[in-house]
Design a protein around this ligand. Structure first.
Ligand code: IPD
Ligand code: CA
Ligand code: CA
Ligand code: CA
Length: 261
């Protein structure tokens, strides 16, 4: 695919951060880890990767605003454009030596995500999309699954850890969903969950209490792959509510009502 200059900049930043993360992953037992909240870890690897991405993107586009998970937000001279970055999605996997984590970079323009990159260095899978240009993984066009029957479909989610208050809702979701479908997965990286729905690996995904940086890139990648994605409460803004339900179109109509109760 012929990406725009912005997309190429995002890919370059993701690869550079990916190299730093792979190095840290090889020596993960030596990384210093701190806790931001119950079960919510941050390490030198997250912070180094965010620094690399920030330098690359802000050098390339000094006027754009910035929102990164570890460093927070900063408005830009151009109030219409903002990078939304999760330097390491799946920190808990990373720190346990599980090779399922990713770099996620979204570009927001006037409140809408117009470009997204999710890079999984352990598998060398680069998921990218720009609005109106389709979604790709390593040059291969992405398309959501064609499954239409709930009983054949598998879904990904995130389970509320560390005493999070959304536990009862998620348990109710599971009680309604599990009897109706072929399975539920919890692999631990929301950005990759969205990329996998775009790639047709999962038929759908839902999760509560996510942040803008978990979902920004995935929103455009999934939509460009033909998927439907909405806030769990219809009409809410996904980036601010962080409550998301996504699937291929045929499954969405059956799946979303189950999640919405
Ligand atoms: C987490 C992952 C996980 C999700 C959590 C997120 P992090 O992101 O995406 O799958 O269930 O809610 O916080 O902290 O590893 O970037
Ligand atoms: Ca985190
Ligand atoms: Ca994340
Ligand atoms: Ca993160």
């Amino acid at each position: 695919m012929q990406g725009s200059a912005n997309l190429n900049l995002m890919i370059k930043a993701a690869r550079k951060a990916g190299r730093s993360l792979v190095k840290d992953f090889r020596e993960v037992e030596n990384l210093q880890v701190s806790m931001k909240g119950a079960g919510d870890f941050v390490s030198k690897a997250d912070i180094a990767a965010e620094g690399i991405i920030r330098e690359e993107l802000m050098n390339g586009r000094p006027n754009y605003g910035w929102l990164g998970e570890e460093g927070g937000g900063e408005p830009g001279k151009d109030p219409t454009r903002r990078w939304i970055v999760d330097p390491l999605d799946g920190t808990t996997n990373f720190l346990h030596g599980l090779p399922h984590w990713a770099v996620s970079i979204g570009l927001e323009h006037k409140g809408e995500i117009v470009a997204g990159v999710i890079y999984d260095p352990a598998k060398d899978e680069m998921f990218v999309a720009e609005k109106g240009q389709g979604a790709f993984m390593n040059e291969t066009r992405l398309r959501v699954s064609a499954r239409t029957k709930m009983i054949e479909a598998i879904f990904a989610t995130g389970l509320p850890f560390g005493g999070r208050s959304d536990l009862p809702e998620t348990l109710q979701d599971l009680a309604r969903l599990l009897p109706a479908c072929a399975g539920v997965r919890r692999w631990g990286a929301a950005a990759l969950d969205l990329a996998y729905v775009a790639a047709g690996r999962y038929d759908g995904f839902w999760e509560r209490r996510l942040h803008a940086w978990d979902v920004a890139a995935g929103l455009v990648i999934l939509r460009e792959a033909g998927g439907l994605v909405e806030a769990i409460t219809p009409g809410e803004d996904i980036l601010s509510s962080g409550e998301i339900v996504a699937a291929n179109e045929a499954i969405f109509d059956k799946f979303a009502p189950i999640i919405r109760g």
